[in-house]
Design a protein around this ligand. Structure first.
Ligand code: IPE
Ligand code: IPE
Ligand code: MG
Ligand code: MG
Ligand code: MG
Length: 301
């Protein structure tokens, strides 16, 4: 594994990890309460794919962004749950043989390995409406509910996450330039992170400039996160990532384009850009900043 240079930022931040754990534990309860009881094979496979794993970073970001505007924690967690349902669906489908063909996810057999391909496809199909059902039941004004539903449906559709997955699978022509890679990363990963932070602003009736800043932070977070994910694919430890490495070795990624050292530099630059976007929020944005620092270092040692 590539050794990282000494960095001014702490490699571990226990207090952030404690905060993340706290949000994760609360989120788990919310997810369990919304998921159908595991009384059928499909419901069992849905619970298998959603519960008991994952870093829960998107959920943390939504919770922390909403907290800037004193949104009740339970409301933020409900929105975070909707995002986690979408995220879990995207992973279940991403791992399918027709897509990345990955056998492990979150340190256990991927959904299709445990339940078969047909069930895994249907798990994804069922998690998407569950996300929107969750948003439609929020205890907020109709305007806020509708805005969240509108934005989430927009960012995960054929102009967002699904478009990114198509590009990643080389179904839309070759990825050649760094610009192509940035577009791919924004679509497959960035826009859901952008929604995670923007959702906090929507819940909090933020001003348009605050909303824009939070969305931009999420997009930059997502860019940095996917760069780290690409780095981990080549330089990380499967025991830490919980999924197979070297899936992308024949693809153009930031790792194959730049090499590990230059990529780490780019990750640091993107982190700085993301942190700068939060300056209007001052000290209150500390949890969001710590989340970005944590994600920047995640899995590197
Ligand atoms: C994996 O996301 C998919 C990417 C966008 C790289 P995460 O690394 O957030 O997955 P979990 O939820 O922690 O398992
Ligand atoms: C996954 O990207 C993006 C989505 C699931 C939308 P990757 O294919 O790089 O994610 P991992 O590495 O399998 O987690
Ligand atoms: Mg993929
Ligand atoms: Mg994959
Ligand atoms: Mg990856």
């Amino acid at each position: 594994m590539v050794q990282l240079k000494q960095s001014p930022l702490p490699l571990r931040n226990d207090s952030f990890e404690q905060q993340l754990k706290l949000v994760s534990v609360q989120l788990e309860d919310v997810l369990k309460a919304i998921l159908p009881p595991p009384n059928t094979r499909l419901h069992e496979a849905m619970a298998y794919s959603v519960l008991g794993g994952g870093k829960r970073l998107r959920a943390f970001l939504t919770h922390a962004a909403a907290d800037l505007f004193s949104v009740p924690s339970k409301t933020a967690l409900d929105v975070a749950a909707a995002i986690e349902f979408v995220h879990a669906y995207s992973l279940v489908h991403d791992d399918l043989p027709a897509m990345d063909n990955a056998d492990m996810r979150r340190n256990k057999p991927s959904c299709h390995k445990a339940y078969g391909e047909a069930t895994a496809i249907l798990v994804g199909d069922a998690l998407i409406p569950l996300a929107f059902q969750t948003l439609s039941a929020l205890k907020t004004s109709n305007d806020v509910r509708l805005e969240l539903i509108h934005e989430l449906s927009r960012v995960i559709g054929s102009g967002g996450l699904v478009a990114g997955q198509m590009i990643d699978l080389n179904q839309e022509g070759p990825i050649v330039t760094e610009e192509d890679l940035l577009t791919l990363q924004r679509l497959k990963t960035g826009v859901l992170f952008g929604f995670a932070t923007e959702a906090g602003a929507i819940l909090g009736h933020a001003s348009s400039s605050e909303r824009e800043a939070l969305k931009n932070f999420g997009l930059l977070f997502g860019r940095m996160f996917q760069m780290v994910d690409d780095w981990l694919d080549g330089c990380g430890d499967e025991k830490v990532t919980g999924k197979p490495s070297h899936q992308d070795k024949d693809k153009l990624t930031f790792l194959t384009l730049l090499g590990p050292q230059a990529l780490r530099k780019k990750v640091e630059e993107t982190l700085k850009e993301a942190l700068d976007v939060l300056s209007p929020f001052g000290e209150k944005a500390a949890p969001l900043k710590e989340a970005a620092q944590y994600a920047c270092r995640w899995g590197t040692k």
